[in-house]
Each structure stands twice: as structure tokens, then as C-alpha cells.
Design a protein. Structure first.
Length: 211
């Protein structure tokens, strides 16, 4: 049976901490074009807080581990992405409550739980030029690839990443119906949504670390 254990999830969190520093300027540049230029800084502030505390969380089950990540983002990040990614990580671990490892069906449930709370909090749907344009198609593709097409877990996640990245690309030629870019109207056309880019980068980490 294919298993994702706690070490996998801790490696993912370690990579998220690195990502937030490495892509800080890139995410903020995207946000400068159609927002207030702080998306990279917001991610960095949130994951620096995670980094400070991660060692003390490593003894917890997967649910508590991610609840702590989510709470750190919720507490420290001022922007829209704080409650959205904070919600994602707070709910991500719920299907793994009390567990030290999960199977791939449970992993898909975790992804679904995380994406669902972003949609609920942000009230965005695909096509609104937000992170949902990456995440919703990706989690749907993950389920179809694994459950219906019987792809191997890592191949299914690769498919999800490809679909999510294409979803981020799809934000470029459209206007925004949620978030700060909404106020720009047609001037948002031609620019990638920053949250859709950070979401694709997060999915890539989940994919790359899979055994
Ligand atoms: P802020 O816009 O408050 O400065 P960030 O710059 O950190 O926050 O994050 C902006 C990103 O948040 C956007 O690029 C978009 O992907 C996402 N976002 C904003 N509002 C919503 C929403 N209502 N639903 C989903 N995602 C949203
Ligand atoms: Mg911003
Ligand atoms: Mg801001």
C-alpha cells in the first residue's frame, strides 16, 4: 500500500519554508502588477513563523502539525492570503486526525478539505483570477487520475500539478472577479494572478517530495 508518512509532510513543510524565501521577490513582483506588491512578503512572514516553531511541532500527529502551520499563517499574515492559506493548512490535516501516516485516498481527502475552505472563505470560483484557478482544477484532476484512471499516486499528483499550473496560466488573459485586482478591470489582463502562482509552487513541492 502507498503510504505518506509524517516525515514526508515535515519535508514538505521544510520545502515550503525555503520556497517562501526563494520566490519572495517573484510573488511580490506579480502582485506589484495587479495588487499591492506584498504577496511574497506575506508568504515569507508566515513561513518564517512556521520555521521558528516547526521543531517543537514534530512530535504531533499530522493533523495537529498542519493545524499549527495554519494558525501561524492566520496569526501572522495580514493580507488576503493569510486566512486563505491559513485555512488551507488548518483543514488539510483534518482527515489525518490522530495519524502518523496516510494512504493516498486520505491524501486526496486532505487536499480536498484544504481547497474547500479556501473556496468557502474567499467565495471565489474558477475563472475569478485567484488561487482557486490553480487549486480546484488540480484537486479534481488528482481525484480523476487516481480514482478513475487508476494512475500511480505520484503520477496522479504530477497530473494534478500540470493541470494546476495550466490553471495558473489561465489567469493571465482574464479580468479578476475577486481580490484587489478586481478594481483594475481590464488592466488586470495580461498578468498572472500571484496567488495562483504560489499555489502552483506549493503543489510542486507536494509532488516532488512524494516517494
Ligand atoms: P492582499 O491581496 O491582501 O495583499 P496577498 O497579496 O498576500 O494579499 O494575496 C493575494 C492573492 O490572494 C491573490 O493573488 C489571489 O490569488 C488571492 N485571493 C484574494 N482574494 C481572494 C478570494 N476572495 N478568494 C480566493 N483567493 C483570493
Ligand atoms: Mg498583496
Ligand atoms: Mg496586502
Amino acid at each position: 500500500d502507498y503510504i505518506l508518512n509524517k516525515d514526508y509532510f515535515i519535508e514538505v513543510i521544510d520545502d515550503l519554508i525555503v520556497l517562501a524565501e526563494e520566490k519572495k521577490d517573484y510573488f511580490s513582483e506579480l502582485d506589484s502588477a495587479i495588487g499591492d506588491g506584498d504577496h511574497g512578503m506575506n508568504m515569507s512572514i508566515g513561513f518564517r513563523e512556521v520555521s521558528k516553531n516547526l521543531d517543537s511541532w514534530k512530535g504531533e500527529d499530522i493533523n495537529t502539525l498542519f493545524k499549527n502551520v495554519g494558525t501561524a499563517l492566520l496569526d501572522k499574515v495580514g493580507g488576503a492570503s493569510g486566512p486563505l492559506y491559513g485555512g488551507f493548512f488548518s483543514k488539510f490535516g483534518v482527515p489525518a486526525k490522530g495519524k502518523e501516516e496516510v494512504n493516498f485516498d486520505e491524501f486526496i481527502e486532505m487536499m480536498e478539505a484544504g481547497v474547500a475552505i479556501i473556496e468557502k472563505r474567499g467565495k471565489a470560483v474558477v475563472g475569478d483570477k485567484t488561487m482557486v484557478d490553480t487549486l480546484r482544477p488540480a484537486v479534481n484532476a488528482l481525484r480523476v487520475a487516481y480514482v478513475e484512471e487508476k494512475m500511480a499516486p505520484k503520477d496522479a499528483m504530477k497530473k494534478a500539478l500540470e493541470v494546476g499550473s495550466a490553471g495558473s496560466d489561465s489567469t493571465i488573459p482574464i479580468i479578476a472577479k475577486k481580490g484587489r485586482a478586481m478594481r483594475l478591470g481590464e488592466r488586470a489582463i495580461g498578468h498572472r494572478d500571484p496567488g495562483s502562482a504560489s499555489s502552483a509552487a506549493i503543489l510542486e513541492i507536494f509532488y516532488k517530495r512524494m516517494p
